[in-house]
Ligand binder design. Sequence first.
Ligand code: HEM
Length: 158
Amino acid sequence: MNDVILARALHVLFVVIWIGGVAMATTVVLPAVRRGDLGADRLKAFQAIEHRFVWQARVAVLIVGLSGLYMTARLDLWQRFTSPGFWWMHAMVGVWSLFAFVLFVAEPFILHERFHRWATRRPHLAFAWLHRAHWLLLTLALLTVLGAVAGSQGWSFF
Ligand code: HEM
């Protein structure tokens, strides 16, 4: 079972890197950008940070997804997806799918161009919206971490 231990260790390590980065962006970077503390050009300040973090997040999402699927297959945990008590398994897959869509589809093909235009015309509104979206994703991710750690020890809250 050393392979499952390794998969779990990688899974949690990259969850920490990914969700920790989202927490930093939401609670530190975006408030500073919105207030203009990193310069009057909010878009430039945001992109300088975002274009570096987005690659860390993409790699982390891939490793978390692969290690999660590996554990599910290796331990044959598929039947958990039929039971509401394992809501946190659904939450993990749901949060993963949401971020994977944002990072691999929406950001490069839709948001990058549109957000650039919006933030140039109406920076206050665009960054307020972006900040709210980050809060929503962060909240869902943190609830999932809480549920997964408690749930994998047999505590499902329901
Ligand atoms: C395709 C997506 C994912 C799959 C298939 C998956 C699958 C798994 C599996 C099978 C486990 C072990 C459960 C057990 O030992 O009973 C696990 C643990 C865990 N997962 Fe995921 N996961 C995924 C995504 C995520 C995401 C997005 C997060 C965080 C937001 C996350 C956070 C965790 C945590 C914190 C643990 C608990 C580790 C521990 O306490 O031992 N997972 N995951």
